[in-house]
Design a protein around this ligand. Sequence first.
Ligand code: UT7
Length: 358
Amino acid sequence: MKTERTTVIRSSGGYVPPRVVTNGMLARIMDTTDEWVVPRTGIRERRYVEPGVGPAEIGEKAARAALDAAGLAPSDIDFVIFATMTPDHYFPGSGGLLAARLGMTTTHALDIRMQCAGFLSGLHTADAFIRSGAYRRVLLVGAEVHTGLMPWPKGVWDVLYGEVPGPCDPFWYQKITQLRDRAVLFGDGAGALVLEANESGDGRGFLGFVMYTDGLNWDKLYVPGGGCKSRPYFTPEMFERMGTVPIVEGRQVFRLASQLMPQAVQEVLSRCGKGLDDLDMLLMHQANLRINEAVQKVLGLPDDRVHNNIQKYGNTTAATLPLVYDEAVKLGKVESGDLVCFTALGAGLHWGAGLAVI
Ligand code: UT7
């Protein structure tokens, strides 16, 4: 009898740049404090890349870590999926750049731009390609360089890093303070998974997904400038108005994420014939620790069945799920045979959940 093909996570890898930026450092360039940020978000610090480093470069580091963990070479991969909302270029997408960095010349690469839900959508896509028989082994990478969205000049970065004494230029201090609700949230990072076909019938692999999009709420999280609806797609006035910085209706996003992620988790469990008691680990997107605490409370899960790392990295958008998974595995919080649920909500709005036996 033919056994059903499932998609298993063969290995994971993560990379965060070495530059640590604390809330106290951010307070050098905007009106904020550790006392404001930590109670509202849980974030204590985040990582920033150096200028000139893009998501394909840090994605390569995470990809190589995942390949090494599996004892595989880039030539063992059939298909690359790259999720990012901060691509190296407007086009082409970062997937091909990553494939080239890995020395792949014939491997097809797909780019996903679904923001904080990008990696979850990548899991969904990889699972469909693998189960259909189109590919056996997929490298799925999420990488973000949010610092590219931070439009301040070098002199301000120098004050932030303590390379020149403050105070910050008052013009920029006032401008950045207008963005402080967003500027404190994001960090740079990359994560990767190697996913592959499993025909052993051992019960391991993805059991199902629930995925949703609500385009009516597109304006809760978006970047107003830099799209081809404007002619030309970038103008000096756009930069003047900070139109290239994302707009975040934070309270609405908080409310929607706290409601929709637990609903998606319960729905995927029930569709797969499982209950919350069966769940060993819930890995949530990391946009705000308080959102995740609310989700955990709604679902009634104890602390040892969730894992968060936003405290150290902030919101790393498409890199978050693989980074949090990789960390949970390395800490021994996720082991082979565990039932793990991944959930995320992000700009689009897109949200959903995926359930897997590791
Ligand atoms: O995944 C994509 C993006 N993630 C999210 O959107 C996460 C969900 N959103 C949130 O978690 C919350 O909305 C935030 C933590 C981001 C912001 O909290 P909030 O309570 O919604 O803040 P707010 O923007 O409504 O601002 C409340 C006050 C304002 O001051 P006034 O006008 O009441 O005097 C802000 O200026 O807090 C002030 N404020 C800050 N003060 C110090 C906003 N950000 C900061 C800051 N430091 N970083």
